[in-house]
Design a protein around this ligand. Structure first.
Ligand code: B16
Ligand code: MG
Length: 223
């Protein structure tokens, strides 16, 4: 049996807002510039993965992992980030995905704590643009952790800072690497996206507007 529920920990990109699409477009542009085109299917492997690890995966796909020095790789990652920063420049609260505001309100009304676990170095800026920063009790981003998803460190750090046990937490993710991180942290995992890609999650919804607070709480309790 799980401990009585105490907290919800949300992923950012692809759960709270559709920046997962912007990461995809920015990497795709860099990939094309390098002569390494890739599909949306391959992009699933990049979701939730840190900037440098994503670059390594793309270079490996193009068999170019040994073609660049560390400095050149840093420059490529910076270039991707410049594409990405342009794409997120005009984000406003209107870009919060359907159903998320309602879910956040239900979580708070029920007295549960609220955490954010994003490996993005742009997480604070995006949360500010969405005007959501002050809603969260804790925000854990790339600056706070050493190991990115799928390592459990980011979700465990969020639970620690919220002062709650891992199995009293629900983690919500759109990425397979993120679901692995939640499960290895010992939490209940809610996936948003394809049931096939997110097979390790305890509960999967096809999109954010289908997230059901009542069902999630009930399923966590029964686990
Ligand atoms: P940045 P999340 C992750 O954020 C994204 O899913 C992933 O695509 C991105 O590469 C990573 O952040 C790093 O982002 O380049 O902005 O530091 O899903 O953990 O909120
Ligand atoms: Mg994500």
């Amino acid at each position: 049996m799980s401990k009585p529920l105490q907290a919800f920990i949300f992923d950012l990109d692809g759960v709270i807002t559709d920046t997962a699409e912007y990461h995809y477009l920015a990497w795709k542009k860099l990939g094309e510039e390098l002569g390494i085109p890739f599909t949306r299917e391959f992009n699933e492997e990049l979701k939730g993965v840190s900037r440098m690890d994503s670059l390594e995966k793309i270079l490996t796909l193009g068999n170019r992992q040994n073609d660049f020095s560390q400095d050149e790789k840093e420059a490529l990652a910076t270039k991707k980030n410049e594409h990405y920063v342009q794409l997120i420049a005009n984000i406003t609260p209107k870009d919060i995905l359907p159903g998320i505001k309602e879910l956040l309100a239900e979580v708070k009304a029920a007295g549960y704590k609220l955490g954010l676990a994003s490996v993005s170095k742009n997480a604070f800026a995006v949360m500010e643009s969405l005007e959501l920063k002050s809603e969260f009790d804790v925000i854990v981003d790339a600056a706070t952790i050493v190991r990115g998803k799928p390592d459990p460190e980011i979700f465990l750090t969020a639970a620690k800072l919220l002062n709650v046990d891992a199995n009293a937490c629900i983690g919500i993710e759109d990425a397979a690497a993120g679901v692995d991180s939640i499960k290895d942290a010992g939490m209940f995992a809610v996936g948003v996206g394809s049931a096939e890609t997110l097979a390790k999650a305890d509960l999967v919804y096809p999109s954010t507007d289908k997230l059901s607070f009542g069902e999630i709480v009930k399923m966590h309790q029964e686990k």
